[in-house]
Design a protein around this ligand. Structure first.
Ligand code: NIG
Ligand code: FE
Length: 445
């Protein structure tokens, strides 16, 4: 995996101020001028998520520039129009060499924190076992939970930090982070402690979600209601009181938890101020997406098994349908979530990696665009909106993130293509040459 061609680095004039603020926790105060882009994808538009035809609108400025001040976007326009203003501000110029500049990716569904990997499960699947068979035999989520129990906080932080560098190098500026490999109260709290440390250390924005109802711990075998009660009674109040998570999620599916159990967890979380989101209809058509709709959840994720009536219900709702085609790809499935039908019906569609050790071990949102286009027939422009502004909606951050407009946060990436459609088209390579978070260059370091 290459991060940056040396020839590009030479032309990247990054000020001393910029360098020093990168190392410390100081807020960025300087101004950056990203000039000579072939296309700025502003994703600007009316407030609200992008649905239907609006999902194809990227608000492109040709031969464009972005001027930042401090953590915010000050202006977006043609390079020529912004040149004088940038000079007046003594902005540091970054020559974008005819490439594409766009908002940083918002990855609204990841399971960032786990110990080790599950390459053994991967090989077992390649030999023909299914995801659910492996889970029943003691692999799957429970295997990751066993490893988390044995791991120290420091080692979990270290592994996640390495992944965060890869997220940044591939153009992600904000990511949701779920717990879910603890599966007991103290271990879930340990994972939240890891997330807290990562939030303090990382230059990326991490959004924590409690996913204690991910799999049934072995000690509760045959007593899943008891585990759910423990989560509701002993975990959710602590997490809410200490503000350790913003969202509450459950894995609502065959082999995980029932609609009724997940309803109880989401209700308890919501009552304590956590916003619901849900793993829904991945393996079976269970009614989970209706549960998410009932709760007006921030998002319902996976959605492989949606019925036509479900699709119509999403189109009428504000619940983001977050599609995770990396999981289908990695599991070697023939079928993918019904992206086309959802978009054509008018649902709010987002894309995310589902980064996790079992079904989607990639931090690369660019690859999600490629799979979304090639396997789900999304158009490149739709995929880009789904991976930025609609994903920001799914994390309730669209007023600040997900598009390049004056006043919004300066989270942007420089991609070494001259036409945005080449991002999914040249697949499996990293096009990202620079990642800027809140007006600071965070990759390359
Ligand atoms: O989103 N579906 C449930 N959870 C994850 C997989 C977790 C794992 O296998 O470790 C997912 O695909
Ligand atoms: Fe997931």
């Amino acid at each position: 995996m290459w991060l940056c061609r040396p020839s590009f680095r030479k032309t990247m004039k990054v000020s001393k101020n910029q360098n020093s603020s990168r190392q410390g926790a100081k807020a960025q105060t300087g101004s950056l001028f990203f000039r000579n882009a072939s296309q700025i994808l502003t994703l600007a538009g009316p407030p609200g998520p992008r649905r239907g035809k609006a999902l194809s609108e990227l608000g492109i400025v040709s031969r464009g520039a972005v001027l930042t001040q401090g953590v915010r976007v000050l202006d977006v326009g043609s390079t020529r129009a912004l040149e004088a203003k940038a000079r007046r501000l003594k902005a540091e110029a970054i020559d974008c060499r005819g490439w594409v500049v766009m908002p940083g990716f918002v990855d609204s569904h990841t399971h960032l924190v786990f110990a080790g990997s599950r390459v053994g499960d991967y090989e077992a699947r390649l030999r023909g076992e299914t995801y659910e068979e492996i889970a029943r035999e003691g692999g799957g989520i429970k295997l990751s939970a066993e490893r988390v129990r044995q791991a120290s906080i420091d080692s979990l932080v270290r592994q996640a930090q390495g992944f965060l560098e890869q997220f940044a190098a591939h153009g992600t500026t904000t990511l949701e982070v779920k717990t879910g490999y603890g599966l007991e109260i103290t271990q879930e709290l340990k994972l939240l402690e890891v997330v807290l440390r990562l939030r303090k250390m990382s230059q990326l924005e991490l959004v924590p979600t409690l996913l204690a109802a991910h799999a049934l711990p072995a000690e509760y075998s045959g007593r899943s209601d008891d585990y759910i009660e423990t989560v509701i009674r002993d975990l959710i109040p602590t997490v809410a009181r200490k503000r350790l998570a913003e969202f509450i999620d459950c894995f609502c599916d065959r082999g995980a938890f029932s609609v009724d159990q997940c309803r109880r967890v989401l209700a308890a979380g919501k009552q304590q101020g956590l916003v619901p989101r849900l793993h829904a209809e991945q393996l079976t058509s269970s009614g989970a997406s209706r549960l998410a709709l009932d709760f007006k959840a921030a998002s319902a994720d996976h959605l492989d098994q949606l019925s036509s009536a479900d699709i119509r219900a999403f189109a009428r709702s504000d619940v983001v349908a977050t599609l995770l085609p990396g999981a289908n790809f990695h599991l070697g499935l023939k079928n993918y979530p019904p992206a086309r039908k959802l978009i054509d019906a008018g649902a709010i569609v987002a894309l995310a990696t589902d980064f996790n050790p079992g079904t989607s071990p990639t931090p690369n949102m660019q690859f999600m665009l490629s799979v979304a286009c090639s396997a789900m027939r999304m158009m490149p422009a739709e995929a880009i909106n789904a991976a930025a502004i609609n994903a920001a909606w799914a994390l309730r951050r669209a007023a600040r993130l997900g598009s390049l407009e004056p006043g919004k946060q300066a989270d942007l990436i420089v991609m070494d293509v001259s036409d945005y459609r080449e991002i999914p088209y040249y697949f499996g390579v990293n096009h990202c040459r620079m990642t800027v978070k809140a007006g600071k260059v965070v990759s390359p370091q």
